[in-house]
Ligand binder design. Structure first.
Ligand SMILES: *Cc1c(COP(=O)(O)O)cnc(C)c1O
Length: 437
């Protein structure tokens, strides 16, 4: 039995866990409490969290301002349906988001917010919006999407179809999902010319291009430049193909600006946000549409309306958490904290570059990535990190840190030290394995 858990809990067999081979995967850790940048386990240990619960807990856990706002909302109205009704938390949140999204104040800004309950659904909404946009404009054949290698946009079937087909986890669904066009991210002049040609030739069938701006996260923690992002956006605009940005991972400060799109000064037609939207307290996501996209759905004809509506859409408790989170971005010093994290990560992960078997070390905002030459011993790595009292979950060929922005210097250094130490051990292990062959 795994030595990280003290007892086998028979109820465990009833919980089917994410991305998990249930026959062989070690017993999960039992979390009992969270606070700041740490998670307490049932055995009394506190782990320093290096990945802020899948990049959601940007203000740390149990932030008192968010908790207090949610407590109050919980007493007043935990939920009410959004069809035919609205409520203060959603109205306030939508209006505030439109003020801070990229391009705010310009004529075609992202002025219209469609709420949903998870990132994948926000993506489905964006895809449906793009398809129906063209349909409403009398171009019903425009139903296909261009996405990029190393992309990750979620786990629902529509979203899967625009994920990287090889690197991603969805290749086994090939044939069962709509086939989309997945190309190399156009970074060189040749690639950009090919991309432009694709868009020019795709006027009859293409609905939109979709990209995670600056950081392709779950598809391998790959970075690209603001210039590449700007060139893709311009190419879409020039060729009249919609441009969707997926800021579910990058939104709310993660890359050093409130939204990654700001660094390229672009304004997408549709934008998805999620993950850190509620400060990591409760599920919520949103799809924002530009004036041009939204107005294509206005008509006296009901069939032209957008046909989507999650049951828990715009949940008041979640909208309240999101409003409290936005307050913290407004009043606080989150972006300065991200700058400080960036500096620390750059400095303290640097020694990894010299470790044999490490291919690359890269940092952007509060994202630090150590890439291995080959993905080996991932389970061993995960176990070693928890033994070091840090919560770091390598996947594919990367070990990465995406901590909460309120993490203190000592905690952050404990994380980077653990990475350097464990990756050094890992490297020695690879060497021994090779000598044995
Ligand atoms: C996590 C993520 C999603 C999916 O969000 P869920 O809330 O897990 O459905 C989509 N796009 C990106 C970029 C993500 O990081």
């Amino acid at each position: 039995m795994n030595k990280q858990t003290s007892e086998f809990d028979p109820r465990l067999k009833h919980v089917w866990r994410p991305y998990t081979q249930m026959q062989t995967e070690p017993t999960p850790l039992m979390a009992v409490e969270t606070c700041g940048a740490q998670i307490k386990l049932s055995d009394g240990r506190w782990l320093i969290d290096g990945i802020s619960s899948w990049w959601t807990a940007c203000h740390g856990y149990n932030h008192e301002a968010i908790i207090a706002a949610m407590h109050k909302q919980l007493d007043d109205m935990p939920h009410v349906m959004f069809g035919g009704m609205t409520h203060e938390p959603a109205l306030k949140l939508a209006a505030r988001l439109t003020q801070i999204l990229p391009g705010s104040g310009t004529e075609n800004a992202l002025q219209h917010i469609f709420f949903s309950d998870s990132g994948s659904v926000a993506i489905e909404v964006a895809l449906k919006m793009a398809i129906q946009f063209w349909h409403n404009l009398g171009a019903p054949s425009r139903t296909r999407f261009v996405a990029f290698q190393n992309a990750y946009h979620g786990d629902t079937t529509g979203a899967m179809a625009i994920c990287d087909p090889d690197e991603g986890m969805h290749s086994l669904f090939k044939g069962a999902i709509p086939e989309q066009i997945i190309i190399e991210l156009p970074e060189t002049a040749d690639q950009m010319a090919a991309f432009e040609k694709l868009l020019m030739g795709g006027q009859r069938e293409l609905a939109a291009v979709i990209l995670e701006p600056l950081l392709q996260a779950a598809g391998g923690m790959k970075f690209h430049s603001p210039e590449t992002l700007a060139a893709i956006a311009n190419c879409c605009a020039k060729n009249n193909v919609l441009f969707i940005v997926d800021e579910i991972a990058t939104g709310f400060g993660r890359t050093g600006t409130l939204f990654a799109s700001e660094q390229a000064n672009i304004m997408p037609d549709i934008m998805c946000i999620g993950k850190a939207l509620t400060g990591g307290c409760i599920g919520m996501a949103a799809t924002a549409a530009s004036e041009r996209v939204f107005s294509a759905f206005l008509s006296n004809d009901v069939d032209v309306a957008f046909m989507h509506g999650p049951t828990y859409m715009a949940n008041p408790l979640a909208a309240t958490a999101a409003n409290a989170s936005l307050d913290l971005f407004e009043n606080g010093e989150r972006l300065q904290q991200v700058d400080r994290i960036e500096n620390t990560l750059s400095e303290e992960l640097e020694p990894c570059r010299k470790i044999p078997g490490i291919k690359d070390v890269r940092v952007m905002g509060a994202v630090g990535v150590v890439q291995m030459t080959s993905p080996r011993d991932i389970d061993w790595l995960r176990q070693r990190f928890t033994e070091e009292n840090v919560w770091i979950r390598p996947f594919g060929d990367v070990v990465y840190l995406m901590p909460s922005f309120i993490i203190n210097k000592d905690e952050l250094t404990a994380l980077t030290r653990a990475v350097v130490r464990v990756m050094t051990e890992w490297s020695n292990r690879q060497k021994q394995d090779q000598e044995q062959i």
